[in-house]
Design a protein around this ligand. Structure first.
Ligand SMILES: C[S@@+](CC[C@H](N)C(=O)[O-])C[C@H]1O[C@@H](n2cnc3c(N)ncnc32)[C@H](O)[C@@H]1O
Ligand code: SF4
Length: 252
């Protein structure tokens, strides 16, 4: 039966990663396909009407084929987004991101102490330096922040960081219990009261910063999203793994 795909979907380049976030919804426990396999998958998707490929993972920047994948999608008439932890960013990748007009989201979860604790390694320095490189290179770059229970104050800190760094968009994502996050839900999950309070805080700050920072609430549980897993399955992902629907395996 022909599969109905949306215009934009999340494409996991790899399940390998150079960080170890305790909350990770797609942790480094899966496949790392070669570039030829990934190109065949991209062609399959683009032929079926997908227009925008949102490269994610795992950590997409650690796949050496990423620049080739970006160029390939552009050559086929597609557009690209990339979500990254920003720990590594080669000169070749930086140049390719600019040349292919890729929009980049960098995950930054708070100040140095909080960010490094969240991602399980010293990362803040690398991530913030690479954010500056992206902005200096003229690449459309925004920040994405995952908020866990008891850490609401990061919203204030990250918003201040974005204003200082001249970043124009910040997405706040409440923690969801998937992947590693399912095992850590006792520590990380907000109660419904905390979640409502966070949402209200984001709405208030959005109004206060209107015209200076586009502050968004991005809740992965709001509706299922289409994801191409690193093993080639196309999945409609819900709030929890139990709600996932495997639509097909890309036949390559
Ligand atoms: C799975 S990561 C993959 C891309 C890249 N490795 C990164 O961290 O940006 C995509 C985004 O999901 C966020 N994220 C991961 N686990 C999450 C969870 N359990 N709840 C909410 N957001 C989560 C990450 O912080 C990141 O912004
Ligand atoms: S959230 Fe991103 S950086 Fe963190 S472990 Fe998961 S894939 Fe890696």
């Amino acid at each position: 039966m022909p599969i109905d795909l949306p215009p934009t979907l999340c494409f996991r380049v790899t399940r390998y990663c150079n960080a170890r976030c305790g909350f990770c919804l797609a942790p480094p426990d899966g496949a790392h396909p070669d570039v030829g396999t990934l190109i065949r998958r991209l062609d399959w998707l683009l032929l079926r009407g997908v227009k925008t490929i949102h490269f994610c993972g795992g950590e997409p920047t650690i796949h050496p084929g990423l620049p080739v994948l970006l160029e390939h999608v552009q050559a086929q008439g597609g557009t690209m987004k990339l979500t990254t932890n920003g720990i590594t960013l080669s000169d070749v990748l930086l140049t390719t991101l600019y040349a292919t007009h890729t929009q980049v989201k960098v995950s930054l979860n708070g100040n140095r102490e909080h960010h490094d604790a969240m991602v399980g390694r010293k990362a803040f320095e690398h991530t913030t330096r690479n954010l500056q490189r992206l902005i200096a290179a003229g690449i459309l770059t925004s920040v994405q922040t995952t908020v866990v229970a008891g850490a609401q104050e990061v919203v204030e800190w990250v918003a201040g960081f974005c204003l200082e760094t001249k970043i124009r968009r910040l997405s706040i994502m409440p923690f969801i219990p998937r992947g590693n996050g399912l095992d850590r839900r006792e520590a990380y999950e907000m109660s419904s009261v905390q979640r409502r309070a966070l949402r209200e805080l984001v709405a208030q700050k959005r109004r206060a910063l209107s015209g200076r920072l586009d502050l968004r609430w991005l809740d992965f549980t709001a509706r299922p999203i289409h994801v191409v897993e690193a093993d080639g399955r196309v999945i409609l992902e819900g709030a929890t793994e139990a709600k996932d629907d495997v639509l097909c395996q890309i036949p390559l």
